[in-house]
Every structure is written in C-alpha cells, then in structure tokens.
Design a protein around this ligand. Structure first.
Ligand SMILES: Nc1ncnc2[nH]cnc12
Ligand SMILES: [Zn+2]
Length: 316
C-alpha cells in the first residue's frame, strides 16, 4: 500500500537521532547496559506515548535516551535509522543530535559523536545514503552551556556542518542564543533552529534575523503572520515540517487541520519530515501517507514536497 509514496526519492531534514530510538532497541540497550526501565515491556512503554504538548513528550524522550551509554549504542541507534532510510528511499539525511542530553549524564561527548559518525560513514559507503550531522543546543539550558558544548565540539569540526536549537520552545526565544550562534557562524557552521512549533511567529523572525538560519525547523505558526509568510516565500526559506509530530503534540488537534498543503500552495518551501519517528508513529513515508489520507495530498503535491526536500539540503 502506498508504494508510490515510499518509492519517491526524498531527503529527511528534521530528524532527532534520539527520537528514532524504537522501544525494542530501548529495551535491548537497557539489558545490555544493565539499566532498569520503569516499564515492564515494549507494549507498556508504547502505551505511555500519549502527549498533551511538547514538554510531556520531551520528559519521556530524555528519560528514554538514558539507555544510550556507549559508542556502540550510538552506532546501533544511527544504523537502525539509516536502515529505515534505505527502506523508504530517503537518499539523503541531515539528522540532529543533542550532545547535552548525554554529556549532562556523564557520557563522553566523543562516545556519542564517534558512534554516530561511524554509522553515518557506513551509511554512505554501504547504503549510498549521503548525510550531514547537525549539533543541536538544548534551549531550556543557559546560553553558557551551549557555548561549552560548541567549544567541546570544535576539535571535531569535520563531523558536523551546522548547529541547531531544540527542546522546550516557549520562554526560550532564539534571542537567548544569538551570541553562541554568532560564534558558530564565525567558525564556519551553518545554522538552523526550531521555531514556530509551539512558539509565536516572533520566534521565527528572530531565528531569521538574529540566528541567520538557513532553514526553519517546524515553522507552522508562521501562518499567523502574513508578512512573515511573504518573506518566507520571497526568500524561499525552507520549513522542515513534521506532520505526525504536530498532531501527536497537539500543535494541530487533527491531521485534517494541518496547514502544510496550504503553505505549499501559497509557495512556501515546505518539506515533510518525521522529527521523532519512534515516538510519533512513523518515519517519512508514514508522514506522506498521513497527508494523502487525511488531507487528500495528490501525487503532484507529493512530488513537489519530495523535490523541496532535495532542494533544501545543506550538506554535501
Ligand atoms: N519536536 C521537537 N521540538 C523541540 N525539541 C525537540 N527535541 C526532539 N524533538 C523535538
Ligand atoms: Zn524537532
């Protein structure tokens, strides 16, 4: 079913590696690392995946990430995701990882980065999937912590091409991170940022004007500000939209209310992504299928969305 959507060659530009941790792998890693999980089994864990908002999800996402301890764990996580990419004709991916989620638990930065980088290299060589890694700062933590993370990453500058900004949005505007993004750009990195997921359109303006981002992650609340929409169209700034995520986190109550196709038809460069597929019910193909089934996305629209994702790549 829906092979035509699976078969479209596409890029994924908004994927948190920690959010691709499937319950089965979480249990396997917990066993390998001798960690007791607060759920009895995979079914009990899956049934906890009901979220009223972004924060409720993040609390579980950070708890789940605790099973990731060794370089091999990060390799296995990334490799499992890349195998999904191969299955779904994702020919290029630009995943995020959140170093602070791991270093704050005492996991060496190098364990996470080396495991991820080795899997991405194998993905290129063995699966033909090109990729570029984005180092994302946690916005609920102080700017000073983001500076420390950037300093820690600089010796490994060839392992990633951009910095990003994620975690709890409301109350943590992009302006809080202006100086660390200035430093990252001065060091030669591109920038992206989550903005306009739960936060207001003002945060999208800030991401563009203060953080000088090349793409906006989510950005669906731009629709509330006609001047902002005009700018996104004029400058063809890509939005990495995540439909299943937006409905699971109640940004939209129902997929039939999602605005991605309206934005597409207005001329905004929107793309389809999975965000945290293990938690939200599917990878990129499942997101395309949801748009077809709930919004009547046509084949022509699907092709344009897939082409947008290839056009919006930043890493080569
Ligand atoms: N959808 C999302 N928004 C903000 N931070 C995240 N971290 C992982 N998924 C996220
Ligand atoms: Zn995200």
């Amino acid at each position: 079913m829906h092979d035509w959507l699976n078969n479209l060659p596409k890029a994924e530009l908004h994927l948190h590696l920690e959010g691709s941790l499937e319950p089965e792998l979480m249990f396997r890693l917990a066993e390998r690392n001798k960690i007791a999980l607060p759920w009895n089994d995979v079914e009990a864990l899956r049934s906890a995946y009901n979220f009223g908002n972004l924060q409720e999800f993040l609390d579980l996402y950070y708890a789940g990430a605790d099973v990731l301890r060794t370089e091999q764990d990060f390799y296995d996580l990334t490799w499992a995701y890349l195998q999904k990419c191969e299955e779904q004709n994702v020919v290029h991916t630009e995943p995020f990882f959140d170093p602070q989620t791991h270093t704050d638990r005492g996991i060496p930065f190098e364990a996470a980065l080396n495991g991820i980088s080795a899997a991405l290299a194998d993905g290129r060589e063995l699966l033909g999937i090109s990729s570029g890694l984005i180092l994302s700062f946690l916005r609920h933590l102080p700017e000073e912590e983001a500076f420390k993370t950037l300093e820690q990453a600089l010796p490994y500058r060839n392992a990633f091409f951009a910095v990003g900004l994620d975690s709890s949005e409301v109350g943590h505007p992009p302006s809080k991170f202006q100086r660390v993004f200035d430093k990252a750009r001065a060091e030669g990195f591109l920038t992206v940022a989550h903005a306009g997921e739960e936060g207001p359109p003002e945060y999208i303006w800030q991401a563009l004007d203060l953080l000088k981002v090349s793409r906006i992650d989510h950005g669906v609340r731009a629709a509330e500000d006609p001047k902002l929409i005009a700018r996104l169209i004029e400058e063809q700034i890509p939005l990495t939209v995540c439909p299943l995520s937006n409905t699971k986190l109640k940004v939209f109550d129902d997929m039939r209310q999602h605005n991605i196709l309206d934005l597409l038809e207005q001329g905004v460069k929107v793309t389809v992504n999975s965000d945290d597929p293990a938690y939200f019910g599917g990878y990129v193909t499942e997101n395309f299928v949801a748009l077809h089934e709930s919004l009547g996305m046509t084949e022509e629209q699907a092709r344009r969305l897939a082409q947008n994702s290839l056009d919006a790549r930043l890493a080569y």
